[in-house]
Design a protein around this ligand. Structure first.
Ligand code: MG
Length: 248
């Protein structure tokens, strides 16, 4: 069931989204060679709690940390650890916060020092695809129009699209209906209506659609072993067009 939010509910939800976005800023400030992914998680956790919010991911389905921190070939759901970031790594940080009964959810892939040009292009194009998806999120369109906008932006580069994981509605629950795939056909799927709040989150790889999941049951890697990028915003669909609630 898709839950539509009233104007005042959207206003309430903005707080959770702003804290989620600011948590990514906290991560960005400390990401550099030598920092551990656990230190990044801890800094974001402390920031969210300081704001009077709760980390949405902590304990969700048993996840053991406040943020998913995924390095290089890890697409999503990386568990923060003692791994020290190295120059040339990319690190995808996915974090959500909840306050006043609503959640925000966002992700960004950061470069660590200088990265390979082909990886830099993957980051640029994946980020662009998120905005293509957002542009398509207008009243009267359908979910498939968002999916197609993302897909058609990345496929000319020969990249893979992760199909096993998709975007989602977000609101009182972190994960609500509808699913928002990063592939699909225009004009298909649920119709977009005023008051829908969704997380659009392209997960794009340098090569191949397939992923594998580690024995820890979380860490999700590209089967090709190649790098993956992940960018996400929580947006609201309004009569005036899409509004990015997790804008940084
Ligand atoms: Mg999400």
């Amino acid at each position: 069931m898709i839950v539509l939010k009233t104007h005042s509910e959207l206003e309430q939800m903005k707080k959770a989204c702003r804290i989620s976005a600011d948590a990514l800023n906290v991560a960005e400030e400390i990401i550099k060679p030598g920092v551990t992914t656990r230190e990044i998680d801890r800094a974001m956790h402390d920031y969210i709690v300081k704001c009077g919010a709760k980390p949405s991911f902590l304990g969700l389905y048993g996840f053991p940390a406040s943020a998913c921190i995924s390095v290089n070939d890890v697409v999503i759901h990386g568990i923060p650890s003692g791994y020290r970031l190295q120059p040339g790594d990319i690190v995808s940080v996915d974090v959500g916060a909840t306050i006043d009964g609503y959640h925000g959810d966002n992700a960004f892939t950061f470069p660590v020092g200088d990265i390979a040009p082909e990886v830099a292009e993957l980051l640029r194009v994946t980020r662009e695809s998120l905005y293509k998806g957002i542009e398509a999120a207008t009243v009267g369109h359908r979910i498939g129009d968002i999916s197609y906008a993302v897909q058609s932006h990345v496929t000319p580069y020969g990249y893979g699209i992760v199909r096993q994981f998709v975007g989602h509605g977000v609101g009182r629950e972190l994960h609500e209906d509808p699913e928002v795939p990063n592939f699909g056909r225009p004009g298909r799927g649920p119709r977009l209506a005023e008051g829908m709040t969704i997380a659009i989150e392209p997960m794009i790889t340098l090569e191949g659609d397939d992923v594998t999941i580690d024995a820890d049951k979380w860490t999700t890697r590209t089967k090709s072993g190649k790098a993956a990028a992940h960018f996400e915003h929580t947006i609201a669909i309004t009569k005036d067009g899409p509004v990015i609630l997790t804008k940084r």
